[in-house]
Design a protein around this ligand. Structure first.
Ligand SMILES: [Zn+2]
Ligand SMILES: [Zn+2]
Length: 177
């Protein structure tokens, strides 16, 4: 017998909905054509195709979110270098090097607060790049990552200036406590 493709094999008699089933096993229709397993096109789509599409979309979303979370240090490194470039800093560090530094910086080296790499906007515990001695160039050796709060307080001071300033104001503050 010559090979015949699926659909031509089981030709339906006139008026027959499907070879095995008299009507759709779910909704009972014979108006909508049969697709498979005794289901009309609509029920088959609702029961099999749509849930799979939903599951596919759910997984895709989850995957994209995970990818974003896993790459957040890279995102941070990229945007930080970009912002410094705009502010005309000389940049002597690559995105990859800064990403590695970011991955290794879990707490703020000044106040010890745990840095939050998930913040969408700047908060006290957001990681920010600081130039230790406030030079106009970014190198692996003169930068570190501080929390936003410490960086705001340190502002344009060098570490030595910050130390002196703290020593200067600490006894004065004592008087007002
Ligand atoms: Zn149906
Ligand atoms: Zn801090």
């Amino acid at each position: 017998m010559p090979f015949q493709k699926g659909h031509t094999l089981g030709k339906l008699k006139p008026g027959q909905w499907s070879k095995k089933y008299p009507c759709c096993q779910k909704c009972g229709t014979t108006e909508i054509p049969h697709v498979a397993n005794g289901l009309c096109k609509k029920c088959y789509y609702d029961g099999f195709i749509r849930p799979r599409q939903k599951e596919y979309n759910r997984r895709k979303k989850k995957y994209q979110h995970e990818r974003y979370i896993n790459n957040r240090h890279k995102h941070w490194a990229k945007s930080t270098l970009y912002k410094h470039k705009l502010r005309k800093f000389a940049i002597n560090i690559t995105i990859d090097e800064l990403e590695i530094l970011a991955k290794h910086t879990k707490i703020c080296p000044l106040c010890g607060k745990i840095l939050n790499w998930h913040n969408n906007s700047l908060k006290d515990d957001s990681p920010t790049l600081d130039r230790k001695n406030n030079e106009k160039i970014l190198t692996k050796d003169n930068i570190w990552i501080l929390c936003y709060k410490c960086n705001t307080i340190k502002n344009s001071l060098t570490l030595l200036e910050l130390k002196k300033w703290c020593e200067l104001i600490a006894p004065k503050i004592e008087q007002y406590l």
